[in-house]
Design a protein around this ligand. Structure first.
Ligand SMILES: [Zn+2]
Length: 699
C-alpha cells in the first residue's frame, strides 16, 4: 500500500498569522510566492497554511465567515496552496477552534466559566481571545467553514488548533440545557473526585468534546477521502479541565502538538505521541522563538538542531513555528537558519521507516482520568485553577530519570492494555484513578510474569469516582491499605539487608520524600525493603518542632515504605510515597535501583555515557535492522563532545551481521558474545545514529 504524505515527510513548518484587520497596513505586504520560497529555502516538506487564526478572521474569500479586510477579497490561502504544491510540499490547511470574530458577533455562543466570565475576561492577555462553546450553534458554523475549505482547496491534510475546553468548565446556557436534558440535573459546581456525580459530569465533558472533534474528523474524511486529520494534541497535559481523553486521540490520523519545555519533556512527549498515534509519523511542534509570546528572539541553531534531531531519533517529524509580521512579511534569516538545521537532519531520513517499532525495557503507564489533583476535592470549580497535573509532572520527571539512566522507555496508555506483556517492567506513577479494566489487565500482566512498580494511592479510586476500601490491586501488591501519614515530609528508611538499594541513605539518615506516604500492612509472604520514618512532629504544627528550618527524621515506624511481592509468575513493587516525583539525583538513583531489582533480565542498552546522553532504540523488523540513536543534549548548548563511550546492546536472539554509522554507512567494529554486542563510540557530538543489520536466530 502506498504511504501517505505524513508517513514519509519529516520537516514541517507553520507560520502563525494571528493578525487582526483594524489597521490598513496589516497583511498589505503579504506575498504568497515569497512565503513559499522561504519555506523551500528552509527545506520544508510539509506546509501548514493558516486558513484562519485564533481571531477567527479568514484568509480566503469565505461565504460563511469573515475575511480579513486587509486582503480586499484576495485568496491568500489558494495562492499559497498552489505555490507550495509547485515546490513539491504537502499542504495541511490550518484552522483554529478559537474565534474572536464569532465571539464578538454571537455573544450567545460564548464559553462561560464558573465565575460567569467569558474567555476575553480571563484567558492569558485580557481582550485577546474569544472562545465559543462546542455545545452552542458555533459548532455548526465551524463545520460549514471546514466544508468550504475542504471542497474549495486541494490539500493533503486538515489540522485544527485549540480544540478543547479552554482550561475551565463551561456553564453557558447551551451546556446547562444539554446537561439537564441528558441527566435531569443542574451542572455541578463543586469539584470532588470521590463524588461519582462530579466524575460522571467530567466524563460527559470529555464525551461532548470528543463528539465535536470526531464530527470534524468524519466530515473531513467524507468530503475528501484520503485527507489526513489532526487536532492540537498538547492541551491534555494541562489537566482534566481541557477535557481530553482516549477518544479525542483516536480522532487523529497522527498526533501532533506544540511544546516549550526542555529535552526531558521532549523525550517524554515523543515517546507518548509515538505509541498513542493511530499512524506514524507523529509530529513534535515547537517555536523558533523561545515561546509564542516572543516575536523576534530566535533560539540558537544548536538548540533548534537538537530539537529537530530529537524528533528524528524518535522516528517523528519536526515542525517549527514562526509568526508573520503584521504587515505580512517574514524574516528571511530564520528560513536560512532553518535550512541549515534541516540540512543536518535530512541525511538521516533515508534510514527511517514508518513501520519501525520502539524497543523499551520499561513502560511508564498513565491514563487521562488521572489528570486531576485530589487536593481540589471539595473546592468550588470557580476556585480551582488549571495547571500542570501531578501525573504529568511525575511522568515528565520519570522520563528524565530514565533518560539519565540510558533506559529505553515507552509511555503507555489505555490503548496499550492488551500489549503490556511486551514490557518486562512497567511503572505506574501515582495514578489517582484506575478502571477495573486497567486493574484486571495489570493483574494478568504480573500473573503472567511482568514486573510492576506501583506508587502510593494507585488503585484506591475507580475512574467512576468510587473510593475503594482497599487497593484494587492489593492481592498483586501484597499489601492492605491502612491510611495515610498526616505528615507531608516523610522518610524512606532501608530495613537491615536492604541498605545497598538506598545507599547512601540509612535507617538513621533515611531518604527524604516531600509528601505524605500511604500507610499499609504487608502480607506475610511479601518482603518489606524499607519502612516509613516520620519527623519528630507534624511539620504543619507551628508550635513544636525539632529544627527551625527543616524537619529531620525522628520517629521510626513499622509501616512499610517499599514492599516487594511475588504474584503468579511476576513481581510487584509497591512504593508508599511519590518517589517518582522527586527531582534529585539521590532519588533518581534509588528509583533506578528499584527498577533494576524487579527487572527480569539485563538492560537492553548499557553504557558509560554521561547522564545528558539519551539512547533511543527502534526495530525495523522487516528490514532486519535496529536503529540506535544517541543524543547528547546538555543543559548548555552546543554540547561538549563525549569521547570513548562504551555501549552494550542486548540482542534477544538477533544475530548481528554488521554495525554501521549513518548517514555514511561506515562500519563500526564490535565484539559479540552470547547475549549481545559491545562497541565503542570514539566521539559523540550532538547526535549519532547507528544501524545494526541482523538475522533472527530463533523465533
Ligand atoms: Zn457551554
Amino acid at each position: 500500500m502506498a504511504l501517505r504524505w505524513h508517513q514519509t515527510r519529516y520537516r514541517a513548518n507553520l507560520v502563525d498569522m494571528h493578525i487582526p484587520d483594524w489597521h490598513p497596513a496589516f497583511l498589505s505586504r503579504f506575498d504568497s510566492k515569497a512565503y513559499a520560497d522561504l519555506l523551500q529555502q528552509a527545506r520544508v516538506q510539509v506546509a501548514y497554511l493558516y486558513a484562519s487564526s485564533c481571531l477567527g478572521i479568514c484568509y480566503w474569500p469565505t461565504k460563511v465567515g469573515h475575511q480579513h479586510d486587509g486582503l480586499h477579497g484576495r485568496d491568500i490561502l489558494g495562492e499559497r496552496v498552489r505555490e507550495c504544491h509547485a515546490r513539491g510540499m504537502a499542504v495541511v490547511v490550518y484552522t483554529n477552534w478559537w474565534s474572536k470574530w464569532a465571539y464578538d458577533n454571537h455573544p450567545d455562543w460564548r464559553f462561560v466559566n464558573a465565575k460567569g466570565e467569558n474567555t476575553a475576561d480571563y484567558l492569558w492577555t485580557p481582550g485577546h481571545y474569544g472562545v465559543c462553546c462546542p455545545n452552542s450553534p458555533y459548532t455548526a458554523y465551524v463545520m460549514a467553514l471546514v466544508e468550504e475549505l475542504l471542497t474549495g482547496y486541494d490539500v493533503e491534510g486538515l489540522w485544527v488548533d485549540m480544540i478543547f475546553w479552554p482550561y475551565s468548565v463551561c456553564y453557558c446556557s447551551h451546556c446547562r440545557r444539554r446537561y439537564h436534558d441528558e441527566t435531569g440535573k443542574d451542572l455541578p459546581k463543586v469539584v470532588n473526585w470521590e463524588d461519582p456525580e462530579w466524575v460522571a459530569f467530567q466524563r460527559r465533558r470529555e464525551a461532548w468534546l470528543a463528539e465535536v472533534v470526531g464530527g470534524i474528523t468524519a466530515l473531513a474524511r467524507r468530503l475528501k477521502p484520503g485527507v489526513t486529520v489532526g487536532h492540537q494534541c498538547a492541551a491534555w497535559s494541562t489537566g482534566w479541565a481541557s477535557g481530553i481523553g482516549s477518544e479525542f486521540f483516536r480522532q487523529n490520523d497522527y498526533l501532533s502538538g506544540d511544546f516549550y519545555g526542555g529535552a526531558a519533556e521532549q523525550s517524554f512527549i515523543c515517546n507518548f505521541f509515538s505509541r498513542l498515534s493511530e499512524e506514524p509519523l507523529f509530529e513534535f511542534m515547537t517555536s523558533r522563538c523561545p515561546d509564542l509570546t516572543d516575536h523576534t528572539t530566535t533560539k540558537s541553531t544548536e538548540l533548534l538542531e537538537a530539537q529537530a534531531l530529537a524528533a528524528v531519533a524518535h522516528n517523528g517529524r519536526f515542525l517549527f513555528i514562526d509568526a508573520i509580521d503584521p504587515v505580512g512579511t517574514m524574516d528571511p534569516a530564520i528560513y536560512a537558519q532553518m535550512g541549515q538545521v534541516f540540512a543536518k537532519t535530512a541525511p538521516y531520513e533515508p534510514f527511517l521507516t514508518p513501520d519501525a517499532r520502539p524497543l523499551a525495557d520499561v513502560g511508564v503507564y498513565l491514563n487521562f482520568e488521572s489528570l486531576m489533583d485530589p487536593r481540589d476535592n471539595g473546592r468550588r470549580v470557580a476556585d480551582v485553577s488549571a495547571g500542570r497535573p501531578p501525573v504529568v509532572a511525575a511522568v515528565s520527571n520519570l522520563a528524565r530519570t530514565l533518560v539519565q539512566g540510558h533506559v529505553p522507555y515507552a509511555v503507555l496508555t489505555p490503548k496499550d492494555l492488551d500489549a503490556l506483556s511486551a514490557f518486562p517492567v512497567i511503572v505506574m506513577p501515582e495514578l489517582f484513578m484506575l478502571s477495573s479494566r486497567e486493574a484486571e489487565a495489570f493483574r494478568r500482566y504480573v500473573a503472567d510474569g511482568g514486573s510492576l512498580y506501583l506508587a502510593r494511592s494507585t488503585s484506591l479510586l475507580t475512574t467512576d469516582g468510587v473510593r475503594q476500601a482497599d487497593f484494587m490491586l492489593a492481592d498483586v501488591l501484597g499489601v492492605r491499605f491502612v491510611g495515610q501519614t498526616r505528615e507531608e515530609v516523610t522518610y524512606m528508611a532501608p530495613v537491615p539487608g536492604c541498605e545497598g538499594l538506598f545507599a547512601p541513605s540509612t535507617a538513621q539518615h533515611p531518604l527524604t520524600l516531600m509528601g505524605s506516604q500511604m500507610t499499609v500492612e504487608a502480607v506475610d509472604s511479601a518482603r518489606v525493603l524499607a519502612t516509613i520514618t516520620l519527623p519528630y512532629t507534624d511539620p504543619k504544627d507551628p508550635t513544636r518542632f525539632a529544627s527551625a528550618i527543616s524537619n529531620p527524621p525522628g520517629t521510626a515506624t513499622s509501616f512499610p515504605a517499599v514492599v516487594l511481592n511475588r504474584y503468579g509468575k511476576g513481581r510487584a513493587l509497591y512504593v508508599a510515597g511519590a518517589l517518582e516525583r522527586m527531582e534529585h539525583d539521590a532519588h533518581r538513583e534509588v528509583f533506578r535501583r528499584l527498577l533494576g531489582l524487579i527487572a527480569p533480565q539485563p538492560p537492553l542498552v548499557a553504557t558509560d555515557a554521561p547522564k545528558a546522553v539519551e539512547v533511543v532504540l527502534f526495530d525495523q523488523a522487516q528490514a532486519g535492522r535496529l536503529i540506535l540513536s544517541v543524543l547528547n543534549l546538555q543543559a548548555d548548548l552546543p554540547s561538549i563532545p563525549v569521547c570513548a563511550v562504551r555501549v552494550r546492546l542486548r540482542l534477544d536472539g538477533r544475530r548481528p551481521v554488521r554495525l554501521m554509522r549513518f548517514p555514511g554507512e561506515t562500519a563500526v567494529p564490535f565484539q559479540e558474545d552470547n547475549s549481545g554486542i559491545e562497541f565503542e563510540v570514539p566521539r559523540l557530538e550532538t547526535f549519532l545514529m547507528l544501524g545494526l543489520d541482523y538475522e533472527m536466530t530463533r523465533r
